[in-house]
Write a protein that binds this ligand. Structure first.
Ligand SMILES: NC(=O)c1ccc[n+]([C@@H]2O[C@H](COP(=O)([O-])OP(=O)(O)OC[C@H]3O[C@@H](n4cnc5c(N)ncnc54)[C@H](OP(=O)(O)O)[C@@H]3O)[C@@H](O)[C@H]2O)c1
Length: 229
């Protein structure tokens, strides 16, 4: 399959791109610099230099591809609209990267026994409302001939595949702790963050690529070694 992926030099996008190449797919990846383009070429990923604001470029790449994965940002509406425009009426997969924080309650440590189901999610906290609106737009593109899915990754750990990039999550917390000499936590520290290994994230996206070719729009959540649909 010819796959176009944004964020191809990033932790999530770079790992997925490398994993898909290893599985025999032909992958084209969006990067922002010539250095990153060189890094991708060495990994047998075809680089395209540009940004998420390059609407015409995103539409063109989406039209050329058999499937699109948006892994550069969970929060860039313009890029999502451009990718949907490029895929409109094509019946091709669009996998969008979101996060499990869309169901976070920002309590900072209050225990809760509430279980969320994807057809009955809580109203998002104010800082996540725009992200949830983007997720909803991706899901709604199923009505416009796009086989769309939103993958709500939890906190991802592990070393990236191929590309030289750390996760924006644990390594940045560790760096802050090292710099200040203090390990910090949110609120009382009683809040729970689910984790997923990057290898499992790559497997989930590969699975979702396959499944969205066969099924109408779905939303997937990944945590630890379990996948929920
Ligand atoms: N890592 C996690 O545990 C996790 C979990 C859930 C959700 N997420 C979300 O998933 C998204 C990707 O996360 P990540 O960990 O892979 O981050 P990352 O390692 O920083 O990768 C993002 C990649 O996208 C590129 N990018 C960002 N904005 C761009 C733009 N405007 N135009 C072109 N390229 C752009 C970056 O380019 P440069 O290299 O040039 O900066 C980078 O290569 C984020 O929105 C994050 O909040 C992450």
């Amino acid at each position: 399959m010819n796959v176009f992926i944004t964020g191809a030099a990033g932790f999530i996008g770079g790992s997925i791109a490398t994993g898909l190449v290893q599985k025999g797919h032909h992958v084209t990846g969006l990067v922002r610099s010539a250095e990153q383009a060189e890094e991708l070429t060495a990994l047998r990923i075809v680089p395209v230099v540009g940004t998420l604001d390059d609407k015409a470029l995103l539409i063109e790449q989406a039209r050329r591809a058999d499937a699109v994965i948006n892994a550069a940002s969970s929060d860039h509406l313009g890029a999502v609209l451009a990718l949907i425009e490029g895929l409109e009426g094509s019946d091709k997969p669009l996998l969008h990267t979101s996060g499990s924080s869309i169901v976070g309650d920002a309590s900072g440590g209050e225990h809760s026994d509430v279980i969320y189901y994807e057809d009955n999610l809580p109203a998002p906290t104010s800082d996540k409302a725009a992200r949830v609106a983007i997720d909803d737009r991706v899901i709604a593109s199923a009505q416009e001939g796009v086989r769309s899915a939103v993958l709500c990754n939890t906190l991802i750990y592990g070393h990236s595949l191929g590309v030289n990039r750390d996760s924006v999550q644990l390594p940045s917390l560790v760096k802050k702790a090292r710099k200040s000499g203090v390990v910090r936590h949110v609120g009382s520290g009683g809040n729970i963050w689910s984790n997923v290994h990057i290898d499992d994230v790559v497997e989930l996206y590969a699975l979702a690529l396959e499944k969205t070719r066969l099924a109408p729009s779905i939303s997937l959540k990944a945590a630890k070694r379990h996948f929920w649909t």
